[in-house]
Design a protein around this ligand. Structure first.
Ligand SMILES: Cc1ncc(C[n+]2csc(CCOP(=O)(O)OP(=O)(O)O)c2C)c(N)n1
Length: 326
């Protein structure tokens, strides 16, 4: 498929916004500025970008503990995200959620999730609701290779297939579940082979190639929207940073990580568009600079935002009564 300038710009802008957000979060955390736990998506940006570029604002996604990229690709407000990881009152969860609990229902982002594998049934339930209400929405569930071995995976995929729900399961196979290499807990090359057992397509894609991810996601979204049911996409990638910021990474060598940096999705995108002259270095540099400036502005916003008051700690923890759509 040919991609026009607008789409190429969108791909690159999205990937570098994610990258700058996370590099900044990394530095701020290591500098002792940010509280809590942060899991970075660096090296995996092409997946969220390629998938979410096929989605409308009203479509739905569920995310993981490594959720910044999914939030940004779905259109979340970077200032509110930054304020949230600072623990400030202006953040998405008024500073109470932190990195692993950023949600924005207004853009269909149903939440990052500290429970590994916690998104399957949320996404499948959202797809069921979309089907019953005939809204035409599609739900996407992002998850990791560790999560793919949870029982909830099988329950959700089975039901989604049986009921032909408009849901897409996107496995981000970044080779590790915390300290555990994928092949030590899984005896198959491709997890997506499991899809055939449930009667749905299982597709393997190079997760560091935003164009390839976009294409397979496009087919899956069309299939879901036309009532044919789910697809399982397995995007092969690599987690460049530790499992969490501060991870001593004793389970892998520095050489392995260095070698993988050559496969960086942003580097590969740049090489391709420069080689085929579809973008110029100046255009790329200007998008990069704009993303960096946006992140700096978000940090300033977060720094200047107020802390929550202690007496607000118990607010927003429970919903009373039954929640209805407006
Ligand atoms: C239900 C549950 N079990 C265990 C954990 C602890 N835990 C946090 S992240 C993680 C590894 C997840 O690996 P994977 O699904 O491959 O995602 P990745 O970190 O590679 O993106 C584990 C076991 C958890 N948060 N929730």
């Amino acid at each position: 498929m040919d991609f026009d300038k607008e789409m190429l710009t969108h791909f690159y802008r999205t990937m570098v916004r994610i990258r700058h957000f996370e590099e900044k979060a990394n530095d701020l955390f290591l500098g002792g500025v940010l509280p809590g736990f942060i899991h970075l998506y660096i090296g995996e940006e092409a997946i969220a970008t390629g998938v979410c570029s096929n989605l409308a604002k009203t479509d739905l996604i569920t995310s993981t503990h490594r959720g910044h990229g999914h939030c940004i690709a779905k259109g979340a407000d970077i200032q509110r995200m930054m304020a949230e990881i600072f623990g400030k009152k202006t953040g998405y969860c008024k500073g109470k959620g932190g990195s692993m609990h950023i949600a924005d229902f207004s853009i269909g982002m149903l939440g990052a999730n500290g429970v590994v594998g916690g998104g399957y049934n949320l996404a499948t339930g959202a797809a069921l609701a979309a089907k019953l209400r005939q809204t035409g929405q599609v739900a996407v569930c992002f998850f990791g290779d560790g999560a793919s071995n949870r029982g909830t995976f099988h329950e959700a995929v089975n039901l989604a297939s049986a009921w032909k729900l408009p849901v897409i399961f996107v496995l981000e196979l970044n080779q590790y579940a915390s300290t555990t290499p994928y092949r030590t807990t899984c005896n198959v090359e491709n997890v997506s082979d499991r899809a055939h057992g449930y009667g749905i397509p299982g597709v393997v894609v190079d997760g560091n190639n935003v164009f390839a991810v976009y294409e397979v996601a496009k087919t899956a979204v069309e299939r879901a929207r036309s009532g044919l049911g789910p697809t399982f996409i397995e995007a092969k990638t690599y987690r460049i940073k530790g499992h969490f910021v501060g991870d001593p990474e004793k389970y892998r060598s520095k050489q392995e990580v260095e070698a993988q940096k050559g496969n960086c999705p942003i580097k590969r995108f740049k090489e391709k568009v420069l080689a085929d002259k579809s973008m110029t270095q100046a255009e790329l540099d200007s998008l990069d600079a704009a993303a960096a400036a946006e992140i700096e502005a978000a940090v300033k916003y977060a720094e200047e935002s107020p802390w929550p008051e202690p007496e607000e700690a118990l607010e927003d923890l429970f919903v009373e009564g039954v929640w209805h759509d407006a």
